[in-house]
Design a binder for this molecule. Structure first.
Ligand code: TPP
Length: 577
């Protein structure tokens, strides 16, 4: 039998199938997702749980006239397969390949591009309202998980949607999981009869709970949603990882996202490098401090696994708070903990901290509260792509008074940085990248206890240039300077800048500043501001991330392409002579 997927590569072709062919189609899609994720990794668990839902959605609604708006977009591999991308799925998340999340540039069936959670209700409501106001045919459906329903933005959307005259269909894909098991009162209430009451009391029509793997039930519910003149919530119960025992049996994440794997003798085998990551090393430093400092508590917005905090949470269950996908709350909750006398460490990815900028400014830094921000995935993130790049934290954090902003070069820096941050009388952000720890070169000056200011990594008599670097790029800078009479300075603090060290660097007459963040407003800009103020005029080149959104790809390759490796730094430096 030729596979159905050979001919079903569009929603129109899907709609032309007889209804009794749909279970087979779902099975083929499921097998394709399992095979693709085995080769390239990706969001396996969520996509497996959403297969029947997506088939039924495309069967009932007419994309792109009807906009299907997926929250995050990580669960939508079936949608990609059914909208003309099936034969390129093996390029998923690779440079030049299919995008990790949804992307309107890739397909007109991707109503919006996302990657960050909790946006679907708001954007779908905007789309449906703009259709209504302009008399344009079609509707919009927001597809949102129970995890994404823990975020404030989702509630802002619900509040507005119920009061709007444009009828919005919301499909709540409730699998009881965020990345980990979902947290908080809302997810609990969803599994009781109160779910109906909750949505109906806001003014929505409520349909559910519907078995999200029963095609007949799904089709009936979606047809009703399509006909509804009132905003409606269709509440589905699904199983994350559905149909792949290796994912279903993983009770912690149900295979939420995985690196490549293969099946050997019916068992899933993952190729893990086994090297320690920056996240793991930071978590280990934190755990060690928590053992001796009872005031120390940890806050994570739904990223226990990503921030490597599972072990810490197991050891200190009452001192690690998973607050759900709620970055703004995570920051302001940390502020409250600090006001109450605790020492919170708020672990958050650079890209997700963007959401909570006002909370950092208004709730933590203005009152100068001693909150430590552990900013993970700062810099290039590789396969997760444009929505997740940690490109902006340096400019937006260094502009805030009272906040110290620091970065480690090697894993050995983390403990002294954390110790120093905890001794401060105010807030501090420690930013570190995605990836494994670099091996420090021989004689690398690892700090003993606490740190202050910049650190000279190489000083040469009569130096003609200084490379000022931040984070692990300082190691590439050291390599670039090998055999040259160039100095290398690890800026370490982006705020407050070590003015004395920068003045000294300027005396070499030439400077190259290297950072893994946008060059618009980061370390290089900070240095140029200081030089301008002091009428110092060395020749300066800035290396960093360019002023455009960088797509998915292999981070080391992208780094090399952007001149952020030893060769690139050396070329930029040589061009100053
Ligand atoms: C603002 C934001 N915070 C955190 C994340 C990381 N993240 C991606 S998917 C996910 C879980 C989403 O759970 P849910 O909406 O229930 O979807 P499911 O994966 O269970 O289908 C999280 C926390 C994100 N994408 N955006």
């Amino acid at each position: 039998m030729t596979p159905l997927l050979d001919r079903v590569d569009s929603p129109r072709a899907l709609r032309a199938l007889p209804e009794d062919a749909l279970p087979r189609l779902c099975e083929e899609i499921r097998q394709k997702i399992i095979s693709v994720c085995g080769q390239v990794g990706g969001h396996l668990g969520a996509s497996l749980g959403a297969v029947e839902m997506i088939v039924a959605l495309h069967r009932t609604f007419k994309s792109p006239k009807d906009a299907l708006v997926f929250d995050v977009g990580h669960q939508a591999y079936a949608h990609k397969i059914l909208t003309g991308r099936g034969n390129r799925m093996e390029t998923l998340r690779k440079a030049g390949g299919i995008a990790p999340f949804l992307d309107p540039q890739e397909s007109s069936h991707d109503a919006i591009g996302a990657g960050h959670a909790c946006t679907a209700i708001s954007s779908a409501l905007g789309i449906v309202e703009s259709k209504r106001l302009q008399g344009i045919e079609g509707t919009a459906v927001a597809v949102i998980g129970d995890g994404s329903l823990t975020g404030g933005l989702s509630f802002e959307g619900l509040n507005n949607a119920a009061a709007c005259s444009a009828p919005l269909a919301i499909v709540l894909n409730d699998n009881g999981m965020s990345i980990s098991v979902n947290v908080g009162a809302v997810s609990k209430a969803l599994r009781t009869s109160e779910a109906r009451f909750f949505f109906e009391s806001l003014g929505f029509t409520y349909l559910g709970p519907v078995d999200g793997h029963d095609l007949g039930a799904l089709l009936a519910a979606f047809r009703e949603a399509r006909r509804s003149h009132k905003s409606i919530v269709v509440h589905l119960i699904t199983r994350k990882g559905k149909g792949f025992s290796a994912a279903e049996e993983d009770s912690r994440t149900r295979g939420h996202a995985m690196g490549p794997y293969e099946m050997r003798d019916g068992k899933l085998v993952r190729s893990r490098g086994g090297k320690t990551t920056f996240s793991e090393a930071f978590a280990a430093a934190l755990e060690e401090r928590m053992a001796t400092d009872g005031q120390l508590v940890v806050v994570t917005p739904a990223m226990l696994e990503g921030s490597a905090l599972v072990g810490v949470a197991t050891r200190f269950p009452s001192r690690v708070y998973d607050v759900g996908i709620a970055e703004q709350h995570a920051v302001t909750f940390s502020a409250g903990l600090a006001i109450g006398g605790l020492r919170p460490v708020c672990c958050i990815y650079s890209t997700f901290l963007q959401r909570a900028l006002d909370q950092v400014i208004h709730d933590v830094c203005l009152p100068k509260l001693p909150v430590v921000f552990a900013i993970d995935r700062a810099g290039l993130v590789g396969a997760d792509g444009a929505t997740h790049q940690g490109a902006y934290d340096l400019p937006f954090l260094r502009a805030i008074p009272n906040l110290a902003v620091v970065a480690p070069v090697v894993g050995e820096d983390l403990k002294p940085l954390l110790r120093s941050a905890l001794q401060l009388n105010g807030p501090c952000a420690i930013r570190f990248p995605r990836g494994t720890l670099p091996v420090p070169p021989p004689l690398f000056p690892v700090p003993e206890a606490t740190v202050s200011g910049a650190r000279w990594l190489k000083q040469t008599e009569g130096a003609t240039l200084t490379i000022v670097a931040l984070g692990p790029l300082a190691l590439a800078a050291l390599q670039a300077a090998q055999g040259k009479s160039w100095n290398v300075l690890d800026a370490r603090f982006v705020s407050p800048l070590d003015a004395q060290a920068i003045r000294k660097a300027a005396t070499t007459g030439r400077m190259v500043v290297v950072e893994e963040g946008t060059i618009h407003g980061g370390l290089g800009s900070a240095i140029l501001e200081l030089l301008a103020q002091e009428d110092l005029a060395p020749r300066v080149r800035q290396l960093g991330l360019p002023h455009r959104f960088l797509r998915h790809g292999d981070a080391p390759t992208q780094r090399a392409e952007l001149g952020l490796d030893a060769d690139g730094i050396r070329s930029a430096a040589e061009a100053l002579f």
